[in-house]
Write a protein that binds this ligand. Structure first.
Ligand code: ZN
Ligand code: ZN
Ligand code: FE
Length: 761
């Protein structure tokens, strides 16, 4: 007989790990105990060597689906002669290092139960077990236990309590456990918040949706706005009430068969759609797709997810196929997640509310992904994905405040960084509140008192007041350096790389707006070695919403006063004169080197004549009109000035105008422009490799959400024998930069890294 003492670290709490250990220990006739504390799971085992070996094998190969083992530590100890095997209760000492599992879609076993008329949870919309259900969104404190979740408001009935206490039950220590007798329940309300008494809230809600009504439905991490996805009239009403003219609306579809009816789905996409994270996946529509165009105007893709809560499954009863399922918020503000707030803020947008009395402690949006180059790439990391954590070498406790738009923050204790869920655009008080609340939640959960703040160097960013008021060490970080470093960290690259950061806006060290940056950099420092030539953007910030102003800046640079001849007819000549005067007088016409703005200007040349109603709209238009087979590109020159490669945009614009005058198809022109950008990336990287002997390239920044650019640059660089690194779990857009900021902040004060893991997988 021997005794082994085992410590298991990773995602091992709230995922049925102890009952699993109990089962395989008892099966192997082993004695001892298993315990959970904030550092992980501890196991003390006694028995025959063969049996312990078998135990160790099963521990690592049959662990519960939501768990993730990062480390197993084993030590031989003197035999104690235990008489049985027991599960001991959580002890609270020590720093809470165990990882919180994310919110997970309903499992198959629970799904069977809600479909079974003989089961006591038949059609119960809050069914869950240790393998599924809410986690991150209901946890107030660690270690994870029912009293520190929002389920503490519900006292379990005796049958639920029996399940909860039985180590062999699927619901052993399933903290959100409940049933129709003791758990949360649904309420249907009118738009004034009055309860509508009815026999079956779900059936009633479906019949309202079928009549074209709009509902706010409380899900796992917040409220969604819901209407019939096949009813164009209802979608238009929703768009009008929400003042959201064109931004694509995500939909939820009944099952994979319905998805395949409307969208092209490959094997990898199928896997992502049906994974227990259940993100919104951006898919190409089938040719002659019968979905209403109103869901995603001028767009050949659509964001689709499958049901992920029991309630969602039940909403697809009665032959419902497609539901609009978009975050419920007031334009630009964070998602609404509290009942009272929902009634207060949404009563003019929705006709009815389908709410419940289980509180959400921390709001979590739906996540968004796209499969590109054969792999899932996260665009927005939230439900199912967060919290994301990465192991680091020992270093300072840093908080990184993230970006202005698409904000997330990152916070590190001495040896691990945690990245927050998607917070949103920081230009209103509500999002700032949400940021503060989430940050203090993370500090509490992981018991971190920060020593250093890392933040974006932009002098007008939202965080300046926050930063000023903190009396600790501060590191200001350049936006594009942060982009590239976040890509490096994700790919575990620690030596120097060529960083290519292409995006809309980031404050540069020279006080100008950067956005097409070729950097030679490591975690600590960067050198700017190439970028697009500067051009004026008359009207400054306002040009982001009114991209025709950017075109004026681009044309002015080439033609000066003669530019009038080259303007699209849609542009009002009187307004052009004003902008011209602004550029000449140097009034609110900052210089920028932004690739995103170049896309905007070209989109206007090619017929985008609207105001931008959501970020990236003009660029998405340009991408969507591309004639995929076109392989030509525009000529351009690269100057070498002050040790930097400056890409001259003039000939590109001139080439496009010439093509337009020769009546070349706009789709071909758009694709030629994309090809040109890819060509620039490859050429400039090759020049930098020649100068610095660096072969590793990291691609980051929101422009790489553009599939044509990402694929083209990746393949083109790889064919020139570069080692190319791109984003996967960390978004390439601004929601990814908090990680980069944090690592730069830490590195400037010393650090390093080991291991990346995101929730479960
Ligand atoms: Zn389950
Ligand atoms: Zn019960
Ligand atoms: Fe950016």
């Amino acid at each position: 007989m021997i005794r082994k003492y085992i410590v298991v670290k990773g995602v091992v709490q709230g995922v049925g790990f102890r009952p699993f250990v109990y089962k395989i220990a008892v099966n192997n006739n082993l004695k001892g105990w298993v315990n959970n504390n904030s550092k992980g799971v501890y196991i003390d085992l006694e028995g025959k060597e063969d049996n312990i070996e078998e135990f160790m094998y099963r521990l690592q190969h049959e662990a519960p689906p939501l768990s993730k083992i990062n480390e197993v530590y084993v030590e031989e100890r003197p035999v104690k002669n235990y008489t049985d095997f027991e599960i001991r209760y959580s002890s609270e000492e020590g720093e809470p290092l165990a990882l919180i599992p994310p919110d997970i879609s309903i499992c198959n076993q629970c799904l069977e139960e809600i479909k079974d008329p003989l089961n006591r949870r038949y059609r119960y919309p809050f069914t869950n077990c240790t393998n599924c259900g809410p986690r991150f969104s209901i946890i107030k404190k660690l270690p994870y236990d029912r009293p520190v979740t929002t389920m503490n408001d519900f006292k379990m009935c005796s049958r639920c309590e029996d399940e909860y206490k039985n180590p062999l039950d699927r619901r052993f220590h399933a903290e959100p456990n409940g049933c129709p007798n003791c758990g949360p329940r649904l309420f249907l309300l009118d738009n004034l918040g009055n309860e509508i008494k009815c026999k079956d809230e779900i059936k009633e809600a479906i019949s309202m949706i079928k009549k074209g009504k709009i509902l706010a439905v409380k899900g796992i991490g917040g409220f969604n706005l819901v209407c019939d996805g096949n009813n164009a009239k209802a979608i238009n009403i929703l768009r009008n009430r929400k003042r959201r003219p064109r931004k694509p609306l995500a939909v939820m579809m009944k099952d994979l068969n319905v998805v395949k009816k409307y969208c092209l789905v490959n094997e990898i996409e199928e896997k992502v759609l049906t994974s227990n994270k259940r993100p919104i996946l951006i898919l190409d529509k089938v040719e002659k797709c019968e979905l209403p165009g109103e869901l995603a105007p001028n767009n050949d893709t659509i964001g689709v997810m499958l049901p992920y809560t029991p309630l969602h499954y039940l909403l697809f009863e009665e032959h419902m196929e497609v539901l609009v399922m978009t975050s419920a918020n007031i334009s630009g503000q964070p998602m609404i997640y509290e009942n009272n707030e929902a009634i207060l803020k949404l009563n003019k947008i929705v006709d009815y509310f389908l709410i419940n009395n289980r509180d959400i402690h921390i709001p979590v949006d739906d996540s968004v992904c796209r499969v590109i180059l054969g792999e899932e790439r996260v665009i927005r990391a939230a439900r199912g994905y967060t919290p994301i954590s990465i192991d680091l070498n020992k270093g300072k406790k840093v908080v990184a405040y993230g970006s202005q738009l698409k904000n997330t923050f990152a916070i590190a204790n001495e040896e691990r960084v945690f990245i927050s869920q998607y917070i949103g655009d920081m230009d209103n008080l509500e999002t700032l509140d949400s940021f503060e609340k989430s940050l203090s939640h993370f500090k509490n959960l992981y018991k971190i008192e920060q020593e250093v703040i890392a933040y974006d160097m932009h002098p007008d960013y939202w965080c300046n007041d926050f930063v000023r008021n903190e009396n600790i060490e501060k590191v200001s970080v350049q936006h594009h350096h942060a982009h590239v470093v976040s890509c490096m960290v994700e790919n575990k690259i620690e030596d120097k790389v060529i960083g290519v950061a292409l995006d809309g806006t980031g404050y540069g060290e020279d006080g100008r707006i950067w956005g097409s940056e070729f950097l030679v950099c490591d975690y600590k420092d960067f050198k700017r070695v190439g970028h697009l030539n500067y051009f004026h953007i008359p009207g400054g910030e306002s040009s982001i919403k009114e991209p025709w102003k950017i075109l004026i800046g681009l044309l002015y640079k080439i033609y000066n006063k003669d530019m009038h001849k080259f303007l699209p007819k849609s542009i009002d000549i009187k307004k052009v004169r004003i902008l011209e005067a602004m550029i000449l007088g140097k009034i609110n016409s900052p210089l920028c080197s932004s690739m995103g703005r170049l896309f905007d200007g070209v989109a206007v040349l090619l017929g985008f004549n609207e105001c931008v109603s959501f970020e990236g709209e003009a660029a998405i238009y340009l991408q969507s009109i591309c004639e995929k087979r076109e392989e030509g590109f525009y000529h351009y020159t690269i100057d070498y000035i002050d040790n930097k490669y400056l890409i001259n945009t003039d000939e590109i614009i001139i080439g496009i105008i010439e093509d337009l005058r020769s009546d070349i198809n706009k789709g071909n022109i758009a694709k030629k422009f994309h090809n040109t950008v890819i060509n620039i990336i490859i050429k400039v990287c090759s020049k930098i490799r020649g100068d610095y002997g660096i072969n590793k390239v990291a691609l980051s920044g929101g422009v790489f959400n553009n599939e044509i650019i990402l694929k083209g640059a990746y393949k083109g660089l790889a064919s020139k024998n570069f080692n190319v690194y791109i984003h996967k779990k960390i978004p390439c857009n601004d929601s990814g930069i908090s990680l980069g900021q944090l690592i730069i902040g830490r590195e400037r004060l010393k650090g390093g890294l080991e291991n990346v893991h995101s929730g479960t997988s």
